[in-house]
Design a protein around this ligand. Structure first.
Ligand SMILES: C[S@@+](CC[C@H](N)C(=O)[O-])C[C@H]1O[C@@H](n2cnc3c(N)ncnc32)[C@H](O)[C@@H]1O
Length: 170
């Protein structure tokens, strides 16, 4: 990524990814989340630096991207979309919001990860299943670039197996 290229953190919540991106001088940066409370907590944490971010309080399945982004990051949002219509709406918005040549990185619980996240059921994915699901809703649009597994240890000491897949928009 280069400074000046638009980035969106979908379901950014209270994540500190935005802090790191700002520090690195990347962006313009947008953070979208369903939860106004989570966004407010991030704004409070960032203080004055929050003014450098576009905050979007929206449901990703109902939001219409007002611009395109070079990088779309989603950690633990897509996996909440357990209904095919929700995933279709997400992918339609991804298709509209990701610039050609841009990249999307989606982290979900892995196929051997937990069945619930924050008490809600999730759709667990292998990298292959995620690629197939995206391709089903937007055929031939996203080229798989790489994937990796990550064991996230929660503050309670529980291990959550994630997979992260990077795709390039053709
Ligand atoms: C498990 S948290 C992950 C937060 C952050 N991405 C991270 O990795 O720390 C999931 C976040 O996604 C948000 N979320 C869930 N469903 C969403 C939706 N349909 N649209 C937008 N945000 C959503 C939640 O409010 C929450 O902040």
């Amino acid at each position: 990524m280069r400074p000046g290229q638009a980035i969106i953190d979908v379901g950014g919540g209270t994540s500190r990814l935005a802090d790191g991106l700002l520090e690195a001088g990347l962006g313009p940066l947008s953070v979208l989340d369903l939860s106004a409370r989570a966004l407010e907590r991030s704004q409070a944490r960032l203080g004055k630096r929050a003014d450098d971010i576009t905050w979007i309080n929206a449901n990703i399945t109902r939001w219409i991207p007002p611009q395109t982004y070079r990088f779309w990051h989603d950690r633990a949002v897509f996996h909440f979309l357990t209904r095919p219509q929700q995933r279709a709406a997400y992918v339609a918005n991804l298709r509209a919001g990701l610039a050609p040549g841009g990249h999307v990185l989606i982290w979900t619980f892995a196929d051997d990860g937990p069945e619930k996240c924050s008490g809600l059921p999730v759709q667990r994915c292998s990298p292959q299943a995620l690629a197939a699901e995206l391709d089903r809703h937007a055929p031939g649009i996203l080229e798989p670039v790489s994937s990796e597994r990550h064991d996230h240890v929660t503050p309670m000491g529980k291990v959550q197996r994630f997979q992260g897949s990077l795709f390039r928009r053709l």
